[in-house]
Design a protein around this ligand. Structure first.
Ligand SMILES: Nc1nc2c(c(=O)[nH]1)N[C@H]1C(S)=C(S)[C@@H](COP(=O)(O)OP(=O)(O)OC[C@H]3O[C@@H](n4cnc5c(=O)[nH]c(N)nc54)[C@H](O)[C@@H]3O)O[C@H]1N2
Ligand SMILES: Nc1nc2c(c(=O)[nH]1)N[C@H]1C(S)=C(S)[C@@H](COP(=O)(O)OP(=O)(O)OC[C@H]3O[C@@H](n4cnc5c(=O)[nH]c(N)nc54)[C@H](O)[C@@H]3O)O[C@H]1N2
Ligand SMILES: [Mo]
Length: 784
């Protein structure tokens, strides 16, 4: 028996414009001259020539602003004049767009109409420039003053029965200063409900690394990548999502490093890179991956366990050549139990889970066994799985086995997503901040912060859905589209008494509005921040724990825009007044006052203001990296044992992973092409293996609805549907299909979460295909 849990459509509609898909051959390399062309054309079209030149030249320069497209670090010593990539240029152009969305726009377009538009259309309308309110029962947003908006928020917050009825969401673009003020406000108000985009992103990493190494962050610097002799890239598509990482891979490669890629898809960015900064790159390029394991979805835990098994065996044959006993004895606990577990490996399980041959695995393991300096990188292909935490723990086990932490040219390198997502966590955006952090806040501000853990993203949805939360504030981001189970998330937001979105562009979260709803337009990273009449700057932390200043150069999109810090201090002051004597207005007038407080609360930020004045950036302490000390309860790094769960799907079903095209930033859709995968003019595609097409009696070019299946305790199956995807025959392992997010978020059940981290399982959704339902569609999709 089945039950359809999402009656009616939720999420982006099927749009004619997006149904004229053309399919060509996937690319064999990334970047090159084409990337330069695309960057410049987009920039000039959206920002005009003068602004383009100004913005792109300030991008990632010491006196300029930090690129908001990803968290990859900037070189500290030598920066190119154009220290950005095609997708960074797209992000800047998108923010610098000349068109604006003001009161006339909202007067002309009711919310019900806007909801029928695609995400691409919504964001393309331009920059938000006026605070807007939707009053209970109305179908339009109308203008409101900043003060009235702050008063409305304060009224709703103070009317709650408990502070835990409010949710304070953060997306990872917020600066350190904004993040610090925001969490301080939430906690002074009385709650730890600080869900953030990390919960959907690298939470599995943070949990696994904290448990095993004592620090939830990566242990490498950019130099380590350059100096490595083996770099492993698992579950990551850097050619699209971290293009500047390709320069580091290239540099390592030219220094003699080998690269091992582990990915179900042959991503062009991992095959070959044409560095647009060099003449060679514009022509031939450098080949990257030496070995490419085209693994089945979710096979990584089994693969890493097999690596460990083979490394132990290799060391048996050549004692002391592979395993670092000295490191294990001095710095770790739990080795014996883990070793026993790993020696008893079941190769049948490994074959089923990975879909790889033993010879392929042995050849890759040989790369590890013969390397002295190994850096292991990973991203969403690892974290967004039910067993993401266990997989990362196994990657850590292998690093410990070979002593690859706290050594030059080696280490763990989770590659973060949003440009300041790591900094936001450092500043206390965390629903489970540890006691030492809360103690430091108490000592600095003289109030007792709440100690009970707050809601993560999934629990925030549950609380709103069940009426246990009634106010939702979003500091950036697009919670309605980014979160799993779109129908449930949207209706949870709609049931709120108040939703507040602090945003730069129109998105679906503004349309899943609470009974009262506010849109508060914020300055972006590229814009000059003249809060209180002086030019302010902010700081960010990259994926490798380097903190540096960022200052926009462009004129703001409109005169009414306010900085995130200013908006948050306004809300806090209206809500709390001078409770606890926190000087909100002073913070907004001079951000260095916020940094003074950060300096006293967060370790590593001593002399914060001074440091950012004097240096291009400073690196935060990381005990495992710096001195091989591991601040776990045991005082040592921990080998962890977890069962090897081999995930399978029922007969006739497929596993769907949801990922990014080359022309989007998360829920922001820049355009409808995915050049590297050969897709033009549309996004509703499903990449599928030829053999699966054959088994299902389908063909490339057919259209299907995708239906996900989620078994219930009572034996029934919950079903969710996403309509009308064009099938694309593609080089993906049998049984493993792929489609873009956010179109596929309606398929992911809210309860389908990673164990231990709660991250939605965006890379593992069991689906079946329904061709009949989509047969009304025309047979476009010609080969080009
Ligand atoms: N231009 C651009 N830049 C971005 C973003 C963007 O949307 N656009 N988003 C930013 C954010 S927030 C983040 S978190 C990062 C995301 O960066 P990525 O993690 O690179 O993003 P995804 O597109 O989700 O790609 C996941 C990759 O994992 C692979 N994969 C899927 N399942 C498995 C598996 O089971 N095992 C293995 N080994 N691989 C698997 C997929 O084939 C794909 O190559 O990028 C950041 N940078
Ligand atoms: N199915 C599926 N779902 C996923 C993922 C997946 O791979 N598959 N990935 C997950 C991941 S890794 C992440 S990080 C989340 C992302 O989740 P979010 O961070 O919530 O989403 P974004 O799409 O990055 O947010 C875009 C919006 O941010 C606002 N914005 C942009 N710049 C600024 C700014 O400078 N200031 C302010 N105030 N607002 C700004 C704009 O209004 C824009 O519409 O999505 C997650 N969801
Ligand atoms: Mo992310």
């Amino acid at each position: 028996m089945t039950r359809d849990s999402s009656p009616g459509r939720a999420g982006p509609p099927v749009d004619e414009e997006e149904a004229r898909i053309r399919v060509g051959r996937p690319a064999k390399h990334a970047a090159g001259i084409k990337a330069v062309q695309v960057s410049l054309t987009r920039a000039v079209k959206q920002m005009g020539l003068v602004k383009s030149a100004k913005n792109l030249l300030a991008l990632n320069q010491e006196q300029g602003f930090d690129c908001m497209s990803c968290a990859w670090p900037d070189p500290q010593d030598h920066r190119h004049t154009a220290e950005f990539c095609e997708n960074g240029a797209k992000a800047v152009s998108w923010e610098g767009q000349r068109e604006t969305v003001g009161p006339e726009f909202f007067a002309a377009h009711p919310i019900s109409e806007l909801y029928q538009r695609t995400d691409h259309w919504l964001e393309r309308q331009g920059r938000l420039v006026h605070p807007m309110v939707r009053r209970d029962g109305a179908d339009h947003y109308e203008p409101i003053s900043w003060d009235a908006a702050f008063a409305l928020i304060a009224r709703h917050l103070t009317a709650l029965d408990s502070p835990d009825e409010a949710e304070f969401y953060t997306s990872g673009r917020a600066s350190n200063e904004a993040a610090f003020v925001y969490q301080l406000f939430a906690r002074a108000f009385g709650t730890n409900n600080l869900p953030d985009c990390s919960n959907m992103c690298h939470e599995s990493t943070s949990v696994a690394l904290a448990q095993t190494t004592g620090v939830g962050k990566g242990s490498v610097t950019l130099h380590d990548l350059h100096d490595a002799d083996l770099i492993i890239v698992s579950g990551q598509n850097p050619g699209t999502n971290h293009p500047r990482m390709l320069s580091a891979l290239e540099k390592a490669k030219r220094g003699g490093a080998r690269i091992l890629a582990i990915n179900p898809l042959k991503e062009p960015g991992l095959l070959r890179f044409g560095n647009p900064q060099t003449p060679r790159g514009l022509t031939k390029g450098t080949s990257l991956a030496d070995e490419y394991l085209q693994i089945r979805s979710n096979g990584d835990l089994a693969l890493w366990r097999a690596f460990a098994h083979l490394l132990l065996r290799a060391d048996d044959e050549n004692p002391g050549q592979v395993v670092d006993r000295e490191f294990i004895d001095a710095h770790t606990v739990g080795f014996e139990a883990w070793e026993k577990h790993v020696r008893a490996l079941d190769w049948d399980q490994v074959r089923t889970a990975t879909g790889l041959t033993r010879a392929e695995i042995e050849s890759a393991a040989h790369l590890l066994a013969t390397s002295r300096r190994i850096v292991s990188c990973w991203a969403m292909g690892i974290t967004q799985h039910r067993n993401g935490v266990a997989t990362i723990e196994e990657m850590v086990n292998v690093a410990l086995l070979q002593g690859m932490i706290g050594k030059e040219g080696a280490g763990l390198c989770p590659v973060r997503g949003h440009s300041n997502v790591q900094g936001d966590r450092t500043m206390g955006i965390w629903e489970r901040s540890p006691d030492w952090f809360l103690d430091a806040l108490r000592d600095e501000f003289g109030f007792e912060p709440p100690r009970e853990h707050g809601h993560d993203a999934a629990n925030a949805v549950r609380a709103l859905r069940d009426g246990r939360a009634r106010v939702f504030l979003g500091l950036g981001g697009n919670f309605a589209s980014a979160m799993s189970d779109t129908a449930v998330t949207e209706s949870a937001l709609r049931s709120a008494a108040l939703t507040v979105q602090i945003s730069t562009k129109l998105n679906r979260s503004h349309l899943a509005a609470g009974r009262d709803a506010l849109i508060l337009p914020a300055l972006g990273r590229t814009e000059i921040d003249r809060t209180a009449g002086v030019e302010q700057r902010v700081t960010v932390e990259d994926s490798m724990s380097v903190v540096h200043a960022s200052r926009g150069r462009a004129e703001p999109a409109g005169p009414l825009l306010r900085s995130e810090v200013d908006v948050l201090c306004g809300i806090a002051h209206a809500t709390l007044g001078d409770r606890y004597g926190i000087p909100w207005q002073e913070f907004a007038r001079d951000y260095s006052r916020i940094r003074d407080r950060v300096a006293r609360v967060v370790p590593g930020f001593e002399d914060f203001n001074d440091k950012i004045r004097r240096h291009a950036g400073f690196t935060l302490p990381h005990p495992p990296r710096d001195s091989r000390s591991f601040p776990t309860p045991e005082g040592k790094a921990v080998f962890s044992v977890s069962p090897l769960e081999v995930m399978t799907v029922p007969e006739g079903r497929l596993v769907l992973q949801t990922l990014r095209s080359h022309d989007q930033f998360n829920t922001t859709i820049y355009g409808l092409d995915d050049r590297y995968r050969g897709i033009r003019s549309g996004r509703r595609v499903l990449f599928i293996n030829e053999s699966d097409l054959h088994d299902q009696g389908l063909a490339d070019g057919d259209h299907v609805d995708i239906i996900s299946e989620w078994p219930q305790r009572d034996g029934t199956t919950d079903e969710r549907r996403a309509e009308r995807f064009r099938l694309v025959a593609y080089d993906t392992p049998p049984g493993c299909v792929a489609a873009y997010y956010p179109e596929t978020n309606p398929l992911i059940p809210l309860d389908s979460q990673a164990l231990g981290s709660g991250t939605p399982t965006s890379k593992w959704v069991v689906v079946r295909l329904d061709p009949a339902a989509a047969s009304g569609s025309t047979a476009e999709g010609d080969q080009v």
